[in-house]
Design a protein around this ligand. Structure first.
Ligand code: C2E
Ligand code: CA
Ligand code: CA
Length: 580
């Protein structure tokens, strides 16, 4: 194996980390050991002399025989060997056992030859101490083993056996502290979600293990010529630290070797398939000098190369790569929530005769400078950083209150459709939230609709289904959003208590481009009808699409052709017009 010296360095970093984590008991210093041995030997000498002595000491006119002190010093000697065994591991155990075993024949000789019968209790005490010493040593050994395992688990990813994110963070920190140059590579498997969707979690886990095995082999054998440390961060995300390279070309070659290791096909549950991964890297100290900057830079490069469909999946960070604006956006979302500047628009939905059905509420947000941020950007981030329930909640309350009043004032039989994210849907208080929304807004349950996206429902079916069933039982309508994008099975859709299918815009875009696309939409519509659902087409932009949709039996439309998302006051006008 190559690079043993630096490998030891990596191990050292991990050991330091582990010791810090588990505050490993360090052995007491050797002078304590020597002191204890001296006390033991001195006490033992005193015992043998005092046990054989017939003299006495006079205290308060009473004569106490010297041999009675033998017991006191025997206890002191025993205490010393117990402490030595406790704190000096193998060395302590061997020393204690030797002392105790050597003493037995000495005591016996003393009794037989010198007739010192006061030493008889000493034999018992010796044997018992030997038992105690053995118990202490072996239970200490057992504890140490368990601790070692715990220590290793803290820095190991259980599924793949690779070091985990904690280990790599420690390594990066240690390298930065020692100013050792290295490359930080963020790796993400391409299309891993599909593997999980089609083969289940077991299949996904098999893939992760196989990927880890291939990469670990390269790192362990030093085949790349550089010193590599491969770790799994989470799900399908890995991190590779490369050291001991001469030029940037060496770094690229190493990364390429890891990429090439994916070329051989994978075989899971008898299925053979190909996989690839995206690699983004940054170099310390050239690209960034702190761990946060390095990670952001590598992530940025990785995301960039992932979006490109080229066959090369490797990219080094350069400042012109778009900054990952996650943090910035998260801050903006928080500010908007705090300042109550999240608002909503209402996009009308119609039947095929252009009669108003209702509105979908769509979240909107502006930053401090008044610039619009698109929901396509802020919704995924709000989901990621746990703000989505707050954000959804604001839209829910504001839109429901407005539309509730509108219904109360005009008696219009319009439906308000609300988008819900699965993270929000699965929160414990979700059904209660909907219940109080109905109470507060006074919207009749049948005039409220909750939109849940198809792909999300598949991922978290069982848990989501329960919440969906509960709100359906309240009389609320359920729409399956973005239908057609999630590859759900018929039996699955059938088991959902849905009332509406929303055909995704991407299918409507192509509807007049070829017969196949039209037939596809027609099939979805028939499918919906067979299951007793109404079907709405989203993103209808022109008259020709409308004509085709009428022809193939679509029930409802939503799109720029008949109405863009509107501010509430304008939506009110649409309601008033519909009542004329
Ligand atoms: P969605 O639920 O599929 O919403 C429909 C999107 O298509 C909206 O984009 C709407 O403005 C747009 N759209 C409607 N008709 C047309 C058309 O004819 N042409 C084109 N080009 N676009 C059309 P928007 O408002 O940007 O929302 C994007 C996504 O953000 C929504 O997709 C939804 O998934 C999510 N979203 C919006 N508001 C909320 C919310 O309050 N909560 C949650 N959880 N998600 C929301
Ligand atoms: Ca929607
Ligand atoms: Ca949609």
């Amino acid at each position: 194996m190559k690079n043993t010296g630096v490998e030891n360095h990596t191990k050292l970093v991990l050991e330091e980390t582990l010791d810090r984590l588990y505050s490993k008991k360090s052995e007491a210093s050797s002078w304590v050991f020597v002191l204890l041995v001296i006390i033991y030997l001195a006490a033992t000498c005193i015992v043998s002399v005092s046990a054989a002595s017939a003299a006495g000491i006079s205290i308060n006119n009473r004569t106490i025989p010297v041999y009675t002190f033998a017991g006191v010093f025997t206890s002191l000697a025993n205490m010393c060997v117990l402490i030595i065994t406790m704190y000096f591991g193998k060395k302590g155990f061997a020393t204690s056992l030797t002392f105790l075993l050597v003493q037995i024949p000495l005591i016996i000789v003393n009794i037989i030859v010198n007739h010192v019968f006061t030493s008889i209790p000493g034999i018992f005490s010796n044997v018992l101490t030997i038992v105690a010493v053995c118990i202490i040593y072996f239970s200490n050994k057992k504890i140490a083993l368990v601790q070692k395992e715990l220590r290793n688990q803290a820095v190991t990813d259980i599924l793949t056996g690779l070091p985990n994110w904690y280990a790599v963070t420690e390594l990066i920190n240690a390298l930065i502290a020692r100013k050792i140059p290295f490359a930080n590579v963020t790796i993400n498997l391409n299309g891993f979600k599909n593997i999980n969707d089609t083969m289940g979690f077991d299949g996904g886990n098999q893939v992760l293990k196989e990927v880890a095995r291939r990469w670990k082999k390269i790192a362990d054998t030093g085949a790349s010529g550089t010193l590599d440390f491969i770790t799994r961060l989470s799900s399908d995300e890995f991190c590779l630290i490369i050291r001991r390279y001469k030029s940037e070309e060496d770094v690229y070659k190493t990364v390429k070797m890891y990429a090439d290791a994916m070329k051989e096909s994978f075989s899971v549950f008898g299925c053979d398939f190909k996989m690839s991964a995206s690699f983004g890297y940054s170099i310390y100290p050239d690209d960034a000098e702190t761990i946060d900057q390095l990670v952001i830079a590598s992530n940025c490069a990785m995301k960039n190369i992932k979006q490109e469909s080229s066959s090369n999946h490797i990219l080094r960070y350069t400042p012109d790569i778009l900054e990952d604006n996650t943090f910035e956006l998260e801050g903006k979302i928080r500010t908007a929530i705090e300042n109550d500047t999240v608002f909503y628009m209402l996009q009308p939905q119609f039947d095929m005769d252009h009669k108003l059905r209702g509105f979908e509420a769509l979240a909107r947000m502006k930053d401090e400078n008044g610039n619009f941020i698109s929901p396509g950007e802020f919704i995924p981030i709000a989901e990621k950083c746990g703000l989505i329930d707050k954000l959804d909640g604001i839209v829910f309350r504001k839109a429901a209150s407005y539309v509730g009043n509108l219904i109360a004032d005009t008696g219009a039989e319009i439906i308000l459709s609300l988008n819900v994210s699965v993270r929000h849907l699965m929160m414990t208080g979700f059904t209660e939230e909907i219940r109080s929304l109905l109470t507060d807004s006074k919207i009749p349950p049948s005039q409220l609709e909750i939109e849940v996206t198809e792909s999300i429902m598949i991922e978290s079916m069982e848990k989501a289904k329960h919440s969906v069933e509960e709100i359906r039982n309240m009389g609320v309508q359920i729409a399956i959003d973005d239908f057609g994008t999630g590859y759900s099975s018929l039996s699955y859709i059938n088991s959902m208590p849905a009332t509406l299918l929303k055909i995704d815009k991407s299918f409507i875009d192509d509807i007049n481009k070829d017969d196949k696309s039209k037939a596809y939409v027609q099939t979805i519509i028939s499918l919906g009808h067979i299951m007793g659902l109404d079907v709405i087409s989203e993103g209808v932009e022109d008259e020709s699409q409308l004509t085709t949709l009428k022809e193939i039996g679509c029930d409802l439309v939503q799109g720029y052709v008949w109405g863009r998302p509107l501010p509430p006051e304008e939506a009110q006008k649409v309601v008033m017009d519909s009542l004329k």
